[in-house]
Ligand binder design. Sequence first.
Ligand SMILES: [Zn+2]
Length: 347
Amino acid sequence: MNRKLRTSAAFPAISLSQHKPSARFDANLLVCPEHRAEGALALAYISHPDCLRHEMGEHHPESPARLRAINDRLSAAGIWDWLRHVEAPLAPLRALQRAHHALYLAELNAAWPKQGYVHLDPDTYMNPYTLTAASRAAGAVLRAVDGVMAGEFQRAFCAVRPPGHHATRAEAMGFCFYNNAAIAVLHALDQHGLARVALVDFDVHHGNGSEDILANDERVLMVSTFQHPLYPASGAEPLGFNMVNVPLAPYTDGVALRGAVTRDWLPALERFAPQMIVISAGFDAHRDDDMSQLMWADADYAWLTEQIVEVADRHCRGRIVSTLEGGYDLSSLARSVLAHLRVLGGY
Ligand SMILES: [Zn+2]
């Protein structure tokens, strides 16, 4: 890990620089693994090799090794072949423009280097493959929403990078360029005509970009947990009536997390009755990840996912689109994604 990155202006020291399978699934879409028929897989795994080509230097924590670690772990655990693998398309401009100002997108394109790096903030750089990877990441969530809405699969996990939840309408920051989660939410609302979509963000950093884009949109409920204080130092005061922000003090463990989710998230989600749930799935609150001081364990990610699945099964036929955000300790990242997918897919 590059300590210099961790202590840069954008990521100061206080900030970013076996699970029990759920039995509640749509019987038409998911059956027990031992009885699973070819083509009946309910959990899509959407990614693209282009997501490995964006990199910000060999010591940067947001590295291609993150996806490789996840893929290796899923293979070793024996669930790789149970996943329905889907290649992420490039995202059309109109889908990006739902979440971002046209001028910002044009400026990003103009700054995109043909060689070397261009620094957008102290920790966020573009290389010659960055915007292609970012377009695949956004395209993955669009494909996920389309597939879930069509009943092609019940749920989807987008194994993509760069992540997205710090990208605001007009600013790249915190390793993020296009806000994948917000793009998914707005695509479900505007393209598919849903009336209510919930965004659940359990990354250890506040999803300031998603809040910037979605605050005060009555069609959206965003619930989040994040360490506070920590990069990007926002979130303690919600920007909109539709934000349920739950700041957690450093060293909060899984017991306290579960209490906060039960007290603050679940009643709000119940009242909102979402027609789809999008997850900003960051795994950097893990106790082994030194990007933060939260103390969650693999089992906490399984528990969190179970709570989200229960809400989705009650209100929206299980429809969940989950997209990778943070998680920088490769071992705990890969284990936690495995725990998340075991619950999403019932493996
Ligand atoms: Zn994070």
